[in-house]
Design a protein around this ligand. Structure first.
Ligand SMILES: NC(=O)c1ccc[n+]([C@@H]2O[C@H](COP(=O)([O-])OP(=O)(O)OC[C@H]3O[C@@H](n4cnc5c(N)ncnc54)[C@H](OP(=O)(O)O)[C@@H]3O)[C@@H](O)[C@H]2O)c1
Length: 297
């Protein structure tokens, strides 16, 4: 069993850590707000005051953090994990949804400290993380992915090796951008039905059972029709916009265009403009209702 440092006990980090503990691993947790990580102590985790302290002598260092800024300070700050007395040949695994630019830089920093690096962003909401059924999109050398499979198996149902370092996050950003487009299309379609006088429960059933019924649409149309959203918030409009910005940035950096991505991001940005950005992404429909009322007034 591995000695693991886990950086970031947020909505995703907590269930992932629980599954690593259930898998018999020895887990030391750092969370910026330490109180939030305290319940994990009762399950066998050790808490560390800094990322540096957590990473000391670990076999594997994972992070699950909000964005580039959070990851940069947690790995590279004065008390960051990369300042620790590291075990030679240990693994650094970035699970957060961050930009390709930062993953590329982090790989270089980790290599300079003698670490093996993998980018392993995950797909699946917190309930999926809780049941250990996440999908991992791994970027890195095949032998490094294989070496980490026993640990990743404790938290996931599949580990897809996408390619070299950076490939995991590239795929995840494009995958999430497509997902966000589904959610935006669902909110727009549901609100349009409502405005056109169609019962939205009927609309949800129609969208979910037809060719439009992707898993995102099935899940979100139900929340929208029932006007009952996840509590506590599982994935906010703000997080969607962050992921979409990184995804569009990636596509444009390789000379592609993301016409639909830009349009869907614009739809989500209305949540921020109306101070609704910290609500669930499914509550986008409420933003569209407000915008619709304003436009009619
Ligand atoms: N939620 C989902 O459905 C989902 C699914 C797949 C992937 N993801 C990705 O997984 C990652 C974590 O998401 P989450 O839902 O767990 O988010 P979250 O609940 O907001 O947790 C974010 C974590 O980052 C830490 N953090 C934020 N800013 C920081 C900073 N400046 N310095 C140090 N630590 C900082 C937070 O610490 P505090 O507790 O102190 O705030 C917390 O540990 C994100 O990259 C997200 O895109 C999320």
């Amino acid at each position: 069993m591995a000695k693991i440092a886990f950086l970031g006990a947020g909505t995703m980090g907590q269930p992932i850590i629980k599954n690593l503990l259930r898998g018999g691993h020895d887990v030391t947790v750092y969370n910026r707000t330490q109180d939030k990580a305290r319940p994990l102590q009762a399950l066998g985790a050790t808490l560390a005051a800094t990322p540096k302290e957590a990473a000391c002598a670990a076999d594997v260092i994972f992070s699950s953090l909000t964005n580039d800024d959070a990851s940069r300070v947690t790995w590279g700050g004065p008390d960051g994990a990369l300042q620790a007395k590291l075990k030679s040949g240990a693994y650094a695994i970035e699970m957060s949804t961050v930009s390709l630019t930062w993953v590329t830089e982090l790989n270089e920093l980790a290599k300079a400290r003698g670490l093996h690096f993998l980018d392993c962003p995950v797909a699946g909401r917190p309930d999926v993380a809780e049941s250990g059924q996440l999908k991992v999109f791994a970027g890195g050398r095949a032998e490094d992915v294989d070496a980490m499979r026993p640990v990743l198996d404790a938290i996931s149902k599949s580990v897809m090796h996408v390619g070299a370092v950076g490939s995991g996050i590239k795929f995840k950003l494009i995958y999430n951008l497509m997902g966000a487009i589904h959610v935006a299309a669902c909110a727009e379609g549901m609100q349009a039905c409502e405005a056109a006088g169609i019962d939205i429960a009927v609309a949800a059933e129609g969208f979910s059972s037809g060719a439009t019924g992707s898993p995102h649409v099935v899940r979100h149309a139900r929340y929208m029709a029932e006007n009952s959203h996840e509590d506590p918030v599982q994935f906010s409009g703000r997080m969607r916009i962050k992921d979409m910005a990184y995804g569009i940035g990636l596509i444009e950096s390789v000379g592609g265009q993301s016409v639909i991505g830009h349009a869907a991001k614009k739809v989500f940005e209305q949540m921020m403009e109306l101070d609704m950005g910290d609500l669930n992404d499914s509550e986008l429909i409420d933003t569209l209702r407000v915008v619709h009322q304003k436009d009619r007034a």
